[in-house]
Ligand binder design. Structure first.
Ligand code: GLA
Length: 393
């Protein structure tokens, strides 16, 4: 599949800019196995990079102009490094604009670029197509202009572009896993220190596959609701600091016993938001231990518990996702299933025993359609390496 895409990327590059690319880079999307909305609370997450990616072909120019062609939108865009503005008309180009602006503001020496972009991470589905895009562009610049940026800083710069230029207050998880992901492994990331542990997935040994199901519900309200959750978590931190008399910088510092002790003094919504984050952090730690021990049953149970917590306490699910999770959990051979990503639509992730995957597709998709009138799509994915160079002239 990648070979075909590369062929058309090279052809478009030649048509648009004449000649060959100096570099072709890929950066993957991700699936988060467990640990949702914990990253911006300085907690733990457990994602894997997936075999869906953004590919960027590029060569540098001396005009200081960024000339871009999106193969997916069949659209061109051009802007100069001396004047990088947000574009109303060319929404797809804002990630590119944002990354170039962020690098420039970080005093990295840049030149003009000719780029062709093409991605196959479904958009608005909670699989981090935008992080893949940002990380791919930072990586292209890093290599082409010899910027010497470490992988962690590639992730942080991508996140900064999203926070400051695109305007979504996301945490670090998506860009981190897109930059540092490892083949056949998930990373248990401590979002406070940015230390991480590589946990081999070894799913073939246990006979399971990671099955992502796209609900077909595009994440609505995500920006406003996402930012609202962040504020509620900050309020939880502030109130718990006051109530416990311990200074907390984030919900990472709170414990379940703090919440139990002070539950009647916290507004109900804040208590439930905080309960999700605090319990989810513990589930991530337990899930990593379970996976390392090859205990898929416990891992699956934690995924199911995570879904309940997201649905009832953090309130980031939606009726269609709940139908999909329930159908998945009730299907034979499924160890666990949950919403993955920011929420309000998007995808579910399930661990399905290999010999049930085809039956899972044949049964869950039509049942979901009967119940919701929506068409779901299933991606059986493998865990891949983070951003890398495909070719370099
Ligand atoms: C989005 C954000 C991440 C993270 C998840 C929820 O994907 O970009 O930083 O907060 O939502 O876990």
């Amino acid at each position: 599949m990648q070979t075909e895409r590369l062929k058309s990327i090279r052809n478009s590059f030649d048509q648009h800019f004449g000649g060959k690319t100096q570099i072709i880079v890929r950066a993957p999307g991700r699936v988060n196995l467990i640990g949702e909305h914990t990253d911006y609370n300085e907690g733990f997450v457990f994602p894997a990079a997936i075999d869906r990616e953004m590919i960027v072909a590029a060569s540098s120019n001396d005009s200081g102009t960024i000339n871009a062609y999106s193969l997916d939108y069949d659209k061109d865009d051009s802007f100069n490094l001396s004047d990088i503005q947000h574009s109303q008309e060319q929404g797809w180009s804002n990630y590119l604009r944002g990354v170039m602006d962020t690098l420039q503001k970080g005093s990295y020496p840049l030149k003009g670029l000719n780029v062709v972009l093409s991605g196959n991470v479904p958009q608005g589905a909670g699989l981090s197509s935008s992080a893949a895009y940002e990380v791919a562009i930072v990586t292209v610049c890093n290599i082409l202009f010899n910027l010497g940026i470490s992988k962690k800083d590639v992730a942080l710069l991508g996140q900064k572009a999203e926070n400051k230029f695109v305007g979504v207050q996301c945490g670090i998880m998506d860009q981190f896993i897109s930059a540092l992901g490892e083949e056949d492994a998930a990373l248990m990331i401590d979002c406070r220190t940015l230390d991480y542990k590589t946990v081999p997935l070894r799913l073939s040994a246990s006979g399971h596959s990671i099955v992502i199901t796209n609900s077909g519900v595009r994440r609505g309200l995500v920006d406003s609701e996402y930012n609202a959750r962040r504020q509620e978590c900050n309020l939880g931190t502030k109130l718990l600091s006051e109530l416990t008399g311990r200074s907390m910088t984030s919900l990472r510092d709170a414990t379940l016993s703090d919440l139990e002790k002070h539950s009647s003094s916290l507004p109900d919504k804040v208590r439930r938001r905080s309960a999700h984050v605090v319990s989810e952090n513990q589930r991530v730690l337990d899930a990593a231990t379970a996976l390392q021990a090859g205990d898929i049953a416990s891992f699956g149970r934690l995924m199911n518990e995570s879904h309940i917590s997201m649905r009832d306490d953090f309130e980031i699910s939606c009726p269609e996702i709940n139908v999909l999770v329930e159908l998945s959990q009730n299907f034979p051979g499924v160890a666990g299933a949950r919403l993955t990503g920011a929420g309000f639509g998007g995808c579910t992730v399930a661990l399905v025993s290999n010999d049930e995957v085809e039956r899972f597709k044949a049964s869950v998709i039509p049942e979901y359609e009967t119940k919701t009138s929506k068409k779901a799509e299933v991606y059986v994915c493998t865990a891949t390496a983070g951003a890398s160079t495909i070719e370099r002239a």
